[in-house]
Ligand binder design. Structure first.
Ligand SMILES: [Zn+2]
Length: 495
């Protein structure tokens, strides 16, 4: 891959990066959002996107310019930057979307790349085949082979200082996505869209989106800048960012506004349902719900589109702040409560805890246990791995609170759900400085018990006692038989 992306900070597999776009003469801080501009529908002018919303890049479709006689000549004569009046980076798509919708297009990869170069695109896209979810494996493989032939054409195309993307396809086959990611990263191409996830997003199949992206990321590796193509709803930005997606594009802000749909980070509302607006952007403050409803159609559409963008960019800023402070998974956890399908997505993310763990920094802010899912966070698995490397005295009392029954244990360590045993000399290190509820839930207790079992299994000759506070009998039954148990519970914990 090219050398245009630099990582600055990480949290889970999420990261803050810098993408240098030489042709535009700009460096973009990621994660970021690229508003989609359709030249035929000027909902919010590109200049306003830059000045008012801070958009550092936008995306438009070169195929639309190519197919319109008027726009084609103007784009070739003036260049996209002057034609659109946008000072940031301009990314162009190639017509793959039209290919997916209508079955064919009338340009080759070489022609459309040359056209993108001629109209002054900063980041161009070859014509890949966006294979939908759930197709036969034969079709997914055949279309992936075609996409990769076109990536080879793009790789040898004389792009000058224009960046070129390498879309990663493979339908819903994780092994195909991973292999496609590996091969894409081995080209000299620069930016890596994970393609054809829109049908999954439209059906709220967030767990499948997670599996597809995680597979592509395994192949691409951490150094590749990744664009989650077609993901424009702010509700799922944090989830995708935690997987290591760096670029998002939004057509949703404008499309939703057309139908009076109001985006929030907890889902979409129809303007008619809202008495009060849960937002303090300038549009919402100035108009209020009734004021927005009373606007004439065209002004209401523009106002809603502006709100939709404000809420989307605010979420991007919130994600960056969370990555900096190491609380991205807590933000994902919060967003996961907005819809059961989002919760599935978060749970699928935690199925890839090993993969997240590889990129996650060893030390960050304070771990907050905010839901049962927190027990499956990569930090818990990492602590359990670390238990394997600890030396243990001949006799050790592990305790959640009750005192040891006798003083003949050589050492006493605390037990903290979900981490399990916490040696005294590690108790001030991340993640053991965690804030956890005083009433742990069952998944936390189960994880703590796993930690105890792991330590005992590693040190079969040590004598180990456990002082717990009312752990359920079936969880205690998972512990090795020779662990001496003391129940110190007098709180009647619910379980
Ligand atoms: Zn607003």
């Amino acid at each position: 891959m090219g050398q245009v992306f630099e990582l600055q900070a990480a949290d889970a597999a999420g990261r803050i990066g810098e993408l240098t776009v030489p042709r535009a003469g700009v460096t973009i801080e990621t994660p970021t959002l690229l508003p989609v501009i359709n030249p035929h529908l000027d909902t919010i002018a590109p200049r306003r996107l830059a000045d008012e919303f801070g958009a550092e890049a936008l995306i438009t479709n070169a195929y639309i310019f190519h197919g319109s006689e008027d726009y084609r000549e103007r784009a070739l004569a003036e260049g996209l930057h002057d034609l659109l009046d946008f000072p940031g980076a301009i990314v162009t798509d190639s017509g793959s979307f039209q290919l997916a919708e209508y079955g064919e297009i009338d340009v080759t990869t070489e022609e459309i790349l040359q056209f993108q170069r001629d109209i002054g695109s900063d980041v161009a896209t070859p014509v890949d085949i966006p294979t939908p979810p759930d197709v036969s494996r034969e079709r997914a493989e055949a279309e992936l082979a075609t996409t990769e032939e076109r990536l080879a054409v793009a790789d040898s195309f004389e792009a000058g200082d224009m960046l070129v993307t390498a879309p990663v396809q493979g339908s819903t086959y994780p092994d195909l996505r991973e292999a496609a990611g590996t091969r894409a990263a081995s080209t000299g191409l620069d930016v890596f869209p994970v393609g054809a996830v829109v049908p999954l997003l439209n059906e709220y199949r967030y767990a499948d989106v997670v599996d597809v992206v995680a597979a592509a990321k395994r192949g691409l590796g951490p150094a590749a800048p990744v664009h989650l193509f077609g993901a424009g709803h702010p509700m799922m930005f944090a989830l995708a960012a935690a997987l290591g997606c760096d670029l998002f594009d939004s057509a949703a802000y404008a499309i939703y506004a057309r139908d009076d749909r109001y985006l929030t980070v907890r889902g979409t509302r129809h303007l008619d349902e809202l008495d009060h607006l849960p937002c303090s952007c300038p549009i919402c403050v100035d108009h209020g719900a009734a004021g927005l409803r009373d606007l004439p159609d065209d002004r209401r559409e523009t106002a809603l589109a502006a709100h939709n963008l404000h809420v989307s960019f605010a979420e991007i800023r919130r994600i960056k702040a969370a990555i900096r402070e190491g609380s991205l998974l807590e933000l994902v956890d919060e967003r996961a409560r907005s819809h059961p399908a989002m919760l599935d997505g978060y749970r699928a993310l935690l199925d890839h805890a090993d993969q997240l763990e590889r990129d996650d920094p060893a030390s960050k802010g304070t771990f907050f246990y905010t839901s049962a899912e927190s027990a499956r966070r990569p930090e818990v698995a990492r602590h359990h791995d670390r238990l394997d490397r600890l030396s243990v005295p001949d006799s050790l009392f592990l305790t959640e609170g009750p005192d040891p029954p006798t003083d003949d244990y050589e050492e006493t360590w605390r037990v903290v759900p979900p981490f399990g045993p916490v040696p005294s000399d590690l108790s001030r290190t991340y993640p053991l400085t965690a804030e956890v509820p005083t009433r742990p839930d069952r998944p936390a207790i189960e994880a703590a018990a796993d930690g105890v079992s792991r330590l005992v299994a590693r040190h079969p000759d040590a004598r180990v006692g456990l002082g717990h506070r009312g752990w359920p009998a079936d969880v205690l039954a998972t512990l090795p038989d020779d662990v001496e148990l003391i129940d110190g519970d007098d709180r009647g914990r619910t379980r």
